[in-house]
Design a protein around this ligand. Structure first.
Ligand code: PAF
Length: 282
């Protein structure tokens, strides 16, 4: 598998594939790859001739420097995993200065309020950092299709909005959440949990699936109260937020309306590790 560090070399390699009429898929990641990432890569391979995977821990999207320092890294294992999937993968591992063209700072974006709720409330500047790096990476790779997991559903909606407002000619494809056997959404952060807590963390998904069942008959407000109560009783997990929000606008609601679709979103701390998840409700 070709591993490329420099943007110019990446562009030249992709140009070579383009002259042979090969389509390009793109899966951006921050490394510490797991089955969730590999499911995106497989989806990308099913729709494209060549798939570029990037590994870059983007400093500008971390509002918490401790979280950035502790972010798991294992490049050799990541390379081995990608090699086991296909030979049609190209790995891009840029440096900070290389991908940011020198100055490592975020741009400032307006996504019609999508960036202000939930993750946007609790992680100041996070989506400016995400949008900045995703725009830089998309323009470096110039893929036909780029693949993002629904685990970060708010991020996915924001990236779709980014591509729409900047008129970028790339198709953004959302992919279903990959889960561990107990239902815990797969995340590189799960590695930081102790084994007993990781096992117990299936509780987060259980709560979401019960909320989904309740959504058929109970009000959004009652469900929010119920989730709050359930977490208050838990000695292992601390709830940061639980919201029921409109799927398109991500505006949290207390009252349902007909002909709209909703999702439930949750952020939880377990052993100081922040975990997020979400589920379609209707
Ligand atoms: O979802 C992620 O891993 C990151 O936010 C992304 C999209 C790779 C940007 O750094």
């Amino acid at each position: 598998m070709l591993v490329i560090d420099h943007k110019e070399e990446l562009k030249a390699t992709i140009q070579g594939h383009r002259t042979k009429n090969r389509s390009i898929g793109f899966v951006p990641t921050m490394g510490a790859l797991h089955e969730g990432h590999l499911s995106l890569v497989r989806k990308a391979l099913s729709l494209n001739d060549v798939v570029v995977v990037s590994i870059f821990i983007n400093p500008t999207q971390f509002d918490n420097q401790e979280d950035l320092k502790k972010y798991p890294q294992n490049l050799q294992q990541d390379i081995a995993l990608l090699q086991s999937v296909s030979k049609n993968i190209l790995l891009f591992t840029p440096s900070k200065e290389g991908i940011y063209d020198g100055t490592v700072v975020s741009g400032s974006y307006n996504f019609n309020g999508l960036e202000k709720v939930m993750e946007g409330t609790y992680r100041t500047g996070h989506f400016n950092g995400v949008a900045t790096i995703v725009e830089l990476l998309l323009n470096a790779v110039a893929p036909d299709n780029a693949f993002f997991g629904e685990k970060d559903f708010q991020q996915l909606q924001i990236i779709k909005k980014l591509v729409e407002t900047k008129k970028l000619p790339y198709r953004i494809i959302g992919c279903p959440i990959a889960r561990e056997t107990n239902g815990l959404a797969r995340s590189s952060r799960n590695e930081r949990l102790s084994t007993p807590t990781r096992k117990k963390a299936g509780f987060i998904y259980e709560t979401l699936t019960t909320a989904k069942t309740k959504f058929g008959t109970e009000s959004a407000l009652d469900i929010k109260d119920w989730v709050k109560n359930v977490f208050e009783k838990s000695p292992y997990f601390k709830l940061e937020y639980f919201e029921i929000a409109d799927t398109d606008t991500l505006t949290p609601i207390l009252k349902k309306q007909r002909n709209k679709t909703y999702r439930a979103f949750i952020a939880v701390y377990a052993e100081n590790v922040r975990l997020i998840d979400n589920i379609a409700l209707n």
